[in-house]
Write a new protein. Structure first.
Length: 311
C-alpha cells in the first residue's frame, strides 16, 4: 500500500499538466500513488495525461465540473494512503519534495499537517522567493504560530502542503460552498487545531500565472470564507485576528479593482485599519486607477525578478 497519495485536481490545464505529472514521476521517494480528479475539463487535458501516465501508480477519476474543493475532497475520499499531498495541476515539485514531507512525518510525530517552502515561478522562466514572516533559521521545525508567520506573503502554498488523511474526521474537508480562498479556509481550521511541521527549504514551484487561476477571474462574484465566524469563535486569538484582517484587506482591494461596490462596502466594514501598516491604509483608500497602475508596475518588476510589497 502506498504511503502517500498525491491529489491533483484538474480543470483545463492542458498546457501544464504533463510537466506537473513529470515532476511527480521524478520524485526520489517513490512509495506513492497519484489520483487525478478530472473536474469536467473541456480542453485536451485528458488527452495529454493519457499519453504519459504511469498506470501502475496513477488513477484518473472523471467527474462533471463541481469546483476545486469538491475535486480535492473526491481525491481525499478515494486515497489509499495515510498521507495526502496536494498538487495543483499547473505547479511543479522538485525531485526531493515527497522525501522532505516524509522526513517531516518521521521527525515530528506530534504533527499531523506538513509543508515546505516554495518558489514563485513566472512565465519568463524566472523564480522568486516569497517575502515571508518566517523567523526561524532552522531547516525544519514546528511552526509555533501559523497566523503570525503568515502576516507577509504566504509561507506555504497548497502544492507544498500535506496532511494525515485522518484529520478530515476532525476538521472536515474543503468547504464546497466556498469559491474564493478555499485553501485559506482549510488552513485556518487545520492550524487552529493541529501542529504544522515545516521544511524551510523550497521543494515546490508555484506557477503565478496560468489558465483559470483565481487571480485572473472575477473575484467579486465568488463566495469567500466566513472569516468573521473564525474571529468571533476565537476572540482572544490576536494573531488570527491580524491574519483575518489581512484577508479582508486583500479582498477589498480586489473588489475595488473590479468596481464591485456593494461587495467592497461589505468587506471594508470588517477591516480594522489599526491592524494595517501605513502602506496598506493608504492603498485601501486609494482610487481604482491607482491600484490598477500599481498592479501593472508590480508585474513589470516581477518579470525582472524584483518585488515590491506592502510589508
Amino acid at each position: 500500500m502506498p504511503r502517500i497519495t498525491v491529489v491533483i485536481p484538474l480543470y483545463n490545464k492542458q498546457n501544464y499538466i504533463c510537466d506537473t505529472l513529470k515532476s511527480v514521476y521524478a520524485q526520489t521517494y517513490t512509495n506513492y500513488e497519484i489520483l487525478i480528479i478530472n473536474d469536467g475539463s473541456t480542453d485536451s487535458s485528458s488527452h495529454y495525461i493519457e499519453k504519459i501516465i504511469d498506470k501502475r501508480n496513477t488513477r484518473i477519476i472523471h467527474q462533471s465540473n463541481h469546483g476545486l474543493s469538491n475535486a480535492r475532497n473526491t481525491g481525499i475520499k478515494f486515497a489509499n494512503s495515510e498521507i495526502i499531498c496536494l498538487l495543483d495541476a499547473d505547479d511543479l515539485w522538485l525531485p526531493t519534495h515527497l522525501a522532505q514531507i516524509i522526513e517531516l512525518v518521521t521527525d515530528f510525530p506530534e504533527a499531523k499537517i506538513y509543508a515546505t517552502a516554495y518558489l514563485e515561478f513566472y512565465r519568463n522562466g524566472k523564480s522568486l522567493k516569497p517575502k515571508t514572516n518566517i523567523r526561524s533559521t532552522l531547516s525544519k521545525f514546528i511552526v509555533q504560530d501559523f497566523f503570525e508567520s503568515s502576516l507577509y506573503q504566504p509561507f506555504i502554498t497548497p502544492s507544498s502542503f500535506a496532511f494525515k488523511k485522518e484529520i478530515i474526521d476532525q476538521i472536515g474537508g474543503f468547504d464546497t460552498q466556498i469559491t474564493y480562498a478555499e485553501d485559506t479556509d482549510f488552513f485556518i481550521r487545520a492550524n487552529l487545531n493541529l501542529q504544522l511541521a515545516y521544511f524551510n527549504k523550497p521543494s515546490c514551484y508555484y506557477r503565478s500565472e496560468s489558465e483559470n487561476q483565481i487571480t485572473r477571474s472575477t473575484l467579486s462574484s465568488k463566495k469567500a470564507p466566513d472569516f468573521l465566524k473564525y474571529r468571533l469563535e476565537n476572540p482572544n486569538h490576536q494573531s488570527l485576528r491580524r491574519y483575518i484582517n489581512l484577508q479582508y484587506y486583500y479582498l477589498s482591494n480586489y473588489c475595488k479593482i473590479e468596481a464591485a461596490h456593494s461587495q467592497y462596502k461589505e468587506v471594508y466594514k470588517n477591516i480594522d485599519l489599526e491592524l494595517l501598516n501605513y502602506k496598506q491604509r493608504f492603498l485601501i483608500k486609494a482610487p481604482k486607477w491607482l491600484l490598477q497602475s500599481l498592479r501593472f508596475v508590480k508585474q513589470i518588476l516581477l518579470d525582472k525578478g524584483k518585488r515590491i510589497t506592502t510589508f
